[in-house]
Design a protein around this ligand. Structure first.
Ligand SMILES: *Cc1c(COP(=O)(O)O)cnc(C)c1O
Length: 427
C-alpha cells in the first residue's frame, strides 16, 4: 500500500506527520477501528494513543455517534443552507465555553486564519504575535519563524510562503513574559491580536506557567489588541471546558476569540471560531469582515460533533484523567527502570514524554528531547501492539474507550520499549 501511495500521493501521506519520517520505517495503513483499537490492513491490532490527533475522545466507531451520523447521512449530506445540527452544536459550544457566538469552518487551519482576519478587521491593525512551537494550522502568516531579533518581523517558515505574508507576524519564545512585554511596548498600537495555543500540544505538551494566559489576556486588553486562544487541540479535550476550564475559569480571564476543531467534529471535518457577540458581529453577513465556506457547518460533521459533545460528560473526563495518569506513571516508572532521562508533562488529559531531563517550557527546551531514543521507544511500542504518535513532538491521547484490556496492553509493552530507548541512547 505504501508503494502505491508513494506513486500517487507526495510522501505517501495526506498530512506530513502521518509519515514515519521522524521515526523511520513504513507507516501503517489502517482498515478499521473500534473503541481503543486500530486494525491495520494486515490484520494487526494496536491500542491507539493518537486518537486521530485528538478528535476521538469517545473512542472509534462509538455506537451512538455512528447511529447519529448514519441518520444524518440518510437525510442528505449537504444543503448549502442553514440546518438544525449546526445551531445545536453552536449552542453546545456556547454552553461550555465563554464564547457567545461561533462561526463554523471545516478545519482548524481555517478557524485560526479566519479569527486573525476578524481580529484585523475589528481592530483596524495588521500585526499578529505568535509563539515559536505553537502550531495554528498552515495559513501563510502563521507558518513563520522568529526573525533575527526579538522585536523584528518573522521570516517564512517554509518555501512557498512569501516574505510579505510573514512581515506582519512576530514570533516570540513561549512562557516568556519579558519578550511579550517588550514587543507590546515597541509595537502595541500596531498589534491586531496575539494568538497562542491555550496550552501548547504541538511541541509536545508544554503547559502555560501559572498565570501566563491571564497575563496575555491582560496585556492584549491594555493595548487594544485581541487575545486569540487556539483551543483546536485542547478544546473539549484538556477538560470538559478545554484549557480555559483549567485556568481561565479559575484565573478570571476570557479570550476575545477562541478557535476549536478536532474533538468538536467528532472525527469528521468541522471546526469553528467564536467570541463575544460584539466581536463576532463584525463578521459577514452581520458586519463587513468577509468569511465563508461551501461545506461550513456541514450537517453530517456537526451531527458527529454534537453527538460527541453530548456524550462527553464529567464521567468521561474523569475516566480520561485516570487512564492518562495510569499510563503516564507506568511509562515514567519503566523509563526510570531502564535509566532513561525523561520528563512527563501534561495539561488536563493530554500528556507527552520528553526524552530529556530539561523541563520543556518553550520550543528551545522542548527541542532537547532525544529523537533517536523516542524512535526506538516508538518502534518497540508498535511491536508491542501500541500506536504512539510517530514523532517525539506530539501529545499522546486517550479515549473513553480505553478500558482495562487496552491499558494493560500499553503497560505490558512499556518495559521493552524503555530498554530499547536506553539502548538507543548508549549507541
Ligand atoms: C490541529 C491544530 C490546528 C490545525 O487544525 P487542522 O484541522 O489540522 O487544520 C490548529 N491549531 C492547533 C492548536 C492544532 O492542534
Amino acid at each position: 500500500m505504501f508503494d502505491r501511495a508513494l506513486a500517487v500521493i507526495p510522501g505517501g501521506v495526506s498530512s506530513p506527520v502521518r509519515a514515519f519520517n521522524a521515526v523511520g520505517g513504513t507507516p501503517r495503513f489502517f482498515a478499521s477501528a473500534r473503541g481503543a483499537w486500530l486494525t491495520d490492513v494486515d490484520g494487526n491490532d494496536y491500542v491507539d494513543l493518537v486518537c486521530s490527533w485528538g478528535p476521538m475522545l469517545l473512542g472509534h466507531a462509538h455506537p451512538e455517534v455512528q447511529a447519529a451520523v448514519q441518520d444524518a447521512v440518510a437525510r442528505g449530506t449537504s444543503f448549502g443552507a442553514p440546518t438544525v445540527p449546526e445551531v445545536e452544536l453552536a449552542e453546545e459550544i456556547v454552553a461550555r465555553t465563554p464564547v457567545e457566538q461561533v462561526r463554523f469552518v471545516s478545519s482548524g487551519t481555517e478557524a485560526t486564519m479566519s479569527a486573525i482576519r476578524l481580529a484585523r478587521g475589528v481592530t483596524g491593525r495588521d500585526v499578529v504575535v505568535k509563539f515559536a512551537g505553537c502550531y495554528h494550522g498552515h495559513a501563510d502568516a502563521l507558518l513563520a519563524s522568529a526573525g533575527s531579533g526579538l522585536l523584528t518581523s518573522a521570516v517564512p517558515g517554509t518555501p512557498g510562503v512569501p516574505t510579505s505574508s510573514t512581515e506582519l507576524t512576530i514570533v516570540l519564545p513561549y512562557n516568556d513574559r519579558a519578550a511579550v512585554e517588550a514587543t507590546f511596548a515597541e509595537h502595541g498600537d500596531r498589534i491586531a491580536c496575539l494568538i497562542t495555543e491555550a496550552a501548547p500540544g504541538n511541541m509536545g505538551v508544554v503547559p502555560p506557567e501559572p498565570g501566563f494566559n491571564a497575563f496575555l489576556a491582560e496585556i492584549c486588553r491594555r493595548h487594544g489588541a485581541l487575545f486569540v486562544s487556539d483551543e483546536v487541540m485542547t478544546g473539549f479535550r484538556a477538560s470538559r471546558q478545554g484549557q480555559w476550564g483549567l485556568d481561565g475559569a479559575r484565573e478570571g480571564w476570557v479570550p476575545d476569540l477562541m478557535t476549536f476543531g478536532k474533538v468538536m467534529g467528532g472525527g469528521l471535518p468541522a471546526a469553528a471560531f467564536g467570541g463575544s457577540a460584539d466581536v463576532m458581529g463584525h463578521l459577514s453577513p452581520s458586519g463587513p469582515v468577509y468569511q465563508a465556506g461551501t461545506l461550513s457547518g456541514n450537517p453530517v460533521a456537526t451531527t458527529a460533533g454534537l453527538a460527541t459533545l453530548r456524550l462527553a460528560t464529567d464521567e468521561v473526563y474523569a475516566h480520561l484523567d485516570a487512564v492518562a495518569d495510569t499510563i503516564r506513571t507506568a511509562a515514567s516508572d519503566a523509563l526510570d527502570g531502564a535509566g532513561v532521562a525523561h520528563r512527563v508533562q501534561c495539561t488536563g488529559t493530554m500528556f507527552s514524554i520528553f526524552f530529556s531531563d530539561t523541563p520543556a517550557r518553550d520550543f528551545a527546551t522542548a527541542s532537547t528531547t532525544d529523537v533517536a531514543a523516542y524512535a526506538a521507544f516508538f518502534h518497540a511500542m508498535l511491536d508491542g501492539g501500541v500506536y504512539l504518535p510517530p514523532s517525539a513532538y506530539e501529545a499522546w491521547f486517550v479515549s473513553a474507550a480505553h478500558d482495562d484490556r487496552a491499558v494493560q496492553t500499553v503497560l505490558d509493552a512499556l518495559p521493552a520499549a524503555a530498554r530499547a530507548a536506553a539502548h538507543a541512547q548508549e549507541a
